[in-house]
Ligand binder design. Structure first.
Ligand code: NAD
Length: 244
């Protein structure tokens, strides 16, 4: 095994895809591995030199472990970005146990699955960092989604801080909290109407949606050497949404 690898979940779309591009541009990695349930992730192999796509559900503990083992055979993992998530609206009275568990399984247990497979490798090689992607929903409750989404995203804040303490002193673990970002999750998931997006962005101090690249920039900072004295931090990149 030679070279360095980064692992990004939810790599086929939005913030994950922008992070892959940022990592490839950084020149820090020989391999950027992207995990996604969307089979389109495999097509990115042709689009990006140095990228390897794996179609995998982050909620599937054993498959995640096997994929991480495969990536490690090609290059040593130095960075993990836990970004994959699903979101849906559900009124509390209609929220079924199945829907609750699926959102928790993907959004929170998925991050544990990856951290469980990758964290000990980083710890043993005394290098590396993890960036978990949460949401303002985890800090303030969801503006559009359900309580299951908020609960999963709040869990990520605790997971981040716990991991930062366990994996010390060489492995850094941080969390990025995006605001409302111009991605398919925002436009196509049925959570927001275009009028709702406009009303929300009118109240945000920077008065616009964020771009996926702006979140990827923060992830790249935290993941790489520029973030060398940052761990256990929760970094809001939200145009000031936290203030409203
Ligand atoms: P997106 O829907 O564009 O991308 C998410 C990706 O995750 C998709 O490619 C999807 O196929 C993948 N995915 C979903 N379930 C998966 C699973 N079980 N296993 C593997 N991959 C899976 O969304 P995005 O807006 O880029 O969101 C990325 C992250 O940012 C998420 O954690 C989301 O909660 C968070 N976030 C987004 C916003 C926003 O406004 N878009 C706001 C706050 C937080």
């Amino acid at each position: 095994m030679t070279g360095r690898a980064a692992v990004v979940t939810g790599a086929a779309s939005g913030i994950g895809r922008a992070t892959v591009e940022q990592f490839l541009d950084s020149g820090r990695y020989d391999v950027v591995a992207g995990l996604d349930v969307d089979e389109a992730v495999a097509d990115l192999d042709d689009e990006f030199d140095g990228f390897r796509g794996f179609t995998v559900d982050v909620a599937d503990h054993d498959t995640v472990a096997a994929v991480v083992e495969t990536i490690e055979e090609s290059a040593a993992i130095h960075t993990l970005v836990n970004n994959a998530a699903i979101s849906e609206y559900a009124w509390l009275g209609d929220l079924t146990p199945d829907a609750w568990h699926r959102v928790l399984d993907v959004n929170l247990t998925g991050q544990y699955n990856l951290a469980h497979a990758v964290g000990p490798l980083l710890y043993e090689r005394e290098a590396g960092s993890i960036v978990n992607v949460s949401s303002g929903a985890g800090q303030r409750g969801s503006a559009s989604g359900g309580v299951h989404y908020s609960a999963s995203k709040a869990g990520i804040l605790g997971l981040t801080k716990g991991l930062a303490k366990q994996l010390r002193p060489h492995v850094r673990v941080n969390c990025v909290v995006p605001g409302l970002i111009d991605t398919p999750l925002t436009h196509d998931s049925g959570l927001w109407t275009e009028e709702g997006i406009e009303a929300f962005t009118d109240r945000v101090p920077l008065e616009r949606l964020g771009r996926p690249e702006e979140i990827a920039e923060a992830i790249d900072f935290l993941a790489g050497p520029r973030g060398s004295y940052v761990t256990g931090s929760v970094v809001n990149v939200d145009g000031g949404a936290d203030l409203i």
